[in-house]
Design a protein around this ligand. Sequence first.
Ligand code: DGL
Length: 264
Amino acid sequence: MKLGLFDSGLGGLLITRAVRDHLPDLDILYYGDTLHLPYGNRSDEAIYHYTVAAMDHMFAQDCALIVVACNTASAACLRRLQQEYLPRAWPERNIIGVVVPMLEAATQRGYKHLGLIGTNYSVSSKIFEEELQKINPDMVLEQVATPLLVPLIEHDGLEWAEDILRSYLANMSLDQIEGLILGCTHYPYLKPVLRDILGENVDILSQDDIIPEKLADYLQRHPEYSDKIARNGNISFQVSDLTFNYIQTAHKIYGEAIEVVQYG
Ligand code: DGL
């Protein structure tokens, strides 16, 4: 069987590469629902519907465990997937998300005051606030929705990122936050420009740095899934809509060697 990594689009490729580097033996299936991107501006029902279709597709290809790397999908429907969909459709498999592991990493680093940027959906869902209340209710979380960033990244527009980010971050107390959570799979692309804007005093908490270790820890604690995942180092990449832009970016991240296949 395989480990599944799911995202709405390009950002998941970065998380997949980071997981791959950390756990090189695991057989991995990456699936990006590029046909329905961006999830971040869609409704609850649409996100649930698209994510269920993606989970069915991935479980049918023998994933024992799927990481929903997409923050928007995690925010919209992780609980519903775990409580309603899994017991009915795939009772022996599991789905995990990225919101709680990111917040745990921030609290383990001892921070009291955090910033977060994410899609419209992730921020307005308040999921990060709700989960943080359970982990450490004394922490302060300042959130800013940054909806222009995903289209910018998807369309190779990083040269405009600094001005847009400066304008978004003007709404956050940058002199007070200790860590900034990048609450979207796409945002690791912005780390260099964020470092320029934030200087050295704010820690950048990015999924590609945090999720691989958290996943390794989860796998160690859950042999009921990890023992089923083959360790032949195979990896495959699938998307629901294969565009030239996507292939170019995949090759930038992985080199020419990877093949991305359109499913459906
Ligand atoms: N991958 C999504 C996330 O992590 C953002 C992209 C989208 O809006 O689909 O929130």
